[in-house]
Design a protein around this ligand. Structure first.
Ligand SMILES: Cc1cc2nc3c(=O)[nH]c(=O)nc-3n(C[C@H](O)[C@H](O)[C@H](O)COP(=O)(O)O)c2cc1C
Length: 327
């Protein structure tokens, strides 16, 4: 059966699939625009880059597609407000916020008519988000890549949040690796859509170094680990020399001085901006930080964004049944 569309505020994606925002230039206009062209919601990772760069990238993406473009901005960033305002000024359709919870963002959304979609990992924050005026809510589980707000798997945490959210679309994120799982999460668990990130790194369009894509292609299940992030949250990444040194307590990882001053609170054990840039942009996959979802080992090829959509949609529609309304 055909998948339903996903409406967030005034915007409708014909395919209920959001490409997860990935910061430090992993998801730029180069990836977000083709995703939007395929009928999903393309998301530019807005954290860890200058506000002017984010503004220009949103304008670029909006020129490339008439589809829906969002920006993902992490609350943990010191320049959170500036990045939000740059996105609004650039005419972004939707703002997604992760890595922390902002109450003020909902007021900004109302003032500028921009739907706000927080990422949450607990029923309490989901209830609060709905009350404060979220246009949709993303539930992110422990299988996700990058910063983690929970150690619970998607199939455990999603039903708890589904019970308490009734007025806005609820989207599931973390470890959804094919269309069969997409259909399962939607018809059996009642998600209105899914957010997927790791698969999109392994696309021709994703604007990261070739070495970064190859690290994903070659990763095995046992290579994925949870490490500490200077943000104060755990993070999921692919194990490499940097992570082995970090986990061994190597003090030399601490930067001599802080170049970026990017986080509200940073424990300076290492510079996350520098390590993510090294891996994603410079191709140093041994000394950089490779954020990745837990299910990275399920993918072993680099395909186009259109092929990702064709695969997910055809698999999902081959098994999708409309969920039964709650009795
Ligand atoms: C390389 C990478 C970078 C990420 N960066 C961010 C980010 O900046 N902000 C955020 O909210 N989530 C971030 N995430 C999480 C994704 O947006 C997404 O919710 C999650 O990874 C979905 O699970 P999947 O990768 O198993 O599909 C990142 C994930 C990856 C793999």
């Amino acid at each position: 059966m055909k998948l339903p569309s996903l409406t967030i505020g005034p915007f409708t994606a014909t395919i209920p699939l959001i490409q997860g925002g990935m910061s430090i230039r992993v998801s730029t206009a180069a990836l977000a625009a083709p995703v939007a062209e395929c009928g999903g919601i393309g998301v530019i990772g807005g954290s860890g880059i200058p506000a002017d760069e984010l503004r220009a990238d949103i304008i670029k993406a909006k020129k490339m597609t008439k589809g829906v473009i969002a920006a993902n901005i992490m609350f943990a960033m010191r320049d959170f407000h500036e990045l939000v305002m740059a996105s609004v000024e650039a005419g972004v359709d939707i703002i997604i916020t992760g890595a922390g919870f902002s109450r003020d963002i909902f007021k900004i959304g109302r003032e500028h008519n921009v739907p706000i979609v927080p990422i949450v990992s607990s029923p309490a924050f989901a209830v609060l988000a709905e009350k404060l005026g979220a246009a949709a809510i993303i539930v992110e589980a422990k299988e996700a890549g990058g910063h983690l707000g929970t150690d619970l798997p998607l199939r455990e945490i999603f039903p708890e949040i589904r019970k308490v959210v009734s007025r806005v679309p609820l989207i599931a994120a973390g470890g959804i690796s094919d269309g069969y799982e997409m259909a399962e999460i939607m018809d059996k668990y009642g998600a209105d859509g899914v957010q997927i990130a790791t698969r999109f790194v392994m696309t021709k369009e994703c604007d990261v170094s070739e070495a970064f894509k190859q690290a994903f292609v070659q990763a095995k299940a046992e290579d994925v680990t949870v490490m500490r992030s200077p943000v104060g949250m755990p993070g999921r990444a692919i194990r490499n020399t940097f992570i082995k040194n970090l986990q061994a307590g190597d003090k030399s990882l601490r930067p001599e001085k802080c170049e970026f001053k990017c986080l509200r609170k940073c424990d300076y054990v290492y510079c996350i901006n520098d390590r993510l840039t090294r891996a994603a942009c410079q191709g140093d996959v041994e000394n950089g930080l490779i954020f990745s979802g837990e299910k990275v080992y399920k993918f072993n090829d680099i395909i186009t964004v259109q092929q990702v959509f064709d695969q997910f949609v055809s698999e999902a529609e081959s098994v999708y049944k409309e969920p039964k309304p709650a009795a």
